[in-house]
Design a protein. Structure first.
Length: 292
């Protein structure tokens, strides 16, 4: 998809559905382009890949169905490589050939989760000025800003930053189904970023309803502690709520109702989401946090 303004300005890309079960981003891109068509005064251009993984989309699968590969771990790609690498190479080369000023990659998280902005953790292969600019743009998203705890491995955003292109990920709530409220939040967030960059005008700064403590902070992603027991999970804290060190956030019971384990927060933070299943096994993550 492409929308070009009559006046010069930044080049921005929107990408979605790199994971086939994460459908919300497709709808956000559709709504953004509807807004652009209804309004005049676009400066620069907006490009989009609304459906990067049609194989996974058709079967509601995270990975590329035919090869079981994760497209967002296959960048920058290889035109002579695996299926995922060939698709990634086509996407990556198409984006970089336009000389983009920003790429926003739209994703969805666990079904019971709040929207947030995810930034790759800093690596030695990314220039500091590019990384700092990405962080500044991330604040314009209006969401809680989270830095990933893992070293990036061939993600679209990290490979773009290696090519000196600011890139960030918006995690827009749950996967599988279209949550209209999260679509609304996603459209407002993207439009706020486009306005801050000067592509569109007249947009007020968007701010997702969050605790005041989170508004100016950049938090660290964590899915610890992991479960040590098998059983049925009963969560005691909801996504979007603040937790403190040692606070119980989930309990695991066996089939007869006997308490097996109480999961407590390892530090102060905000709950980003809960696991999709209420069945616990040893060694699986139950809750995602943004840690202060």
């Amino acid at each position: 998809m492409l929308a070009e303004g009559d006046m010069p300005g930044p080049v921005v890309w929107l990408t979605a559905c790199g994971h086939g079960d994460e459908v919300g981003g497709i709808v956000v891109i559709q709504e953004i382009f509807k807004l652009i068509r209804r309004r005049k005064g676009l400066r620069g251009s907006i490009h989009a890949f609304p459906l990067m993984n049609p194989h996974g989309f058709e079967t509601s699968s995270r990975n590329i169905t035919l090869s079981k590969e994760d497209l967002n771990r296959s960048f920058p790609g290889n035109r002579n490589g695996s299926l995922a690498e060939r698709i990634a190479e086509r996407i990556f080369s198409t984006i970089t050939e336009t000389g983009p000023d920003l790429v926003i990659d739209l994703h969805n998280d666990w079904m019971n989760s709040i929207p947030y902005t995810l930034l790759d953790c800093k690596s030695e292969t990314v220039k500091t000025d590019v990384y700092e600019l990405t962080k500044i743009i991330g604040r314009k998203s209006g969401f809680v800003n989270i830095i990933d705890s893992e070293e990036p491995h061939s993600t679209l955003s990290h490979c773009l930053m290696q090519r000196h292109v600011p890139a960030l990920t918006l995690e827009l709530g749950g996967s599988y189904v279209v949550n209209e409220k999260n679509i609304e939040y996603g459209v407002q967030s993207v439009w706020s970023i486009l306005s801050a960059l000067g592509l569109v005008g007249g947009a007020e700064d968007f701010l997702y309803p969050m605790p005041d403590k989170c508004r100016d902070a950049i938090l660290r992603y964590s899915d610890k502690p992991l479960s040590s027991s098998s059983g049925i999970i009963r969560f005691t804290s909801k996504p979007g709520t603040l937790v403190s060190t040692g606070q119980p956030i989930a309990k695991i019971y066996n089939a007869f109702g006997k308490l097996q384990e109480t999961i407590v927060a390892e530090g102060d933070g905000i709950i980003l989401g809960h696991a999709d299943s209420s069945v616990a096994f040893p060694g699986i993550p139950l809750v995602a946090f943004g840690m202060f």
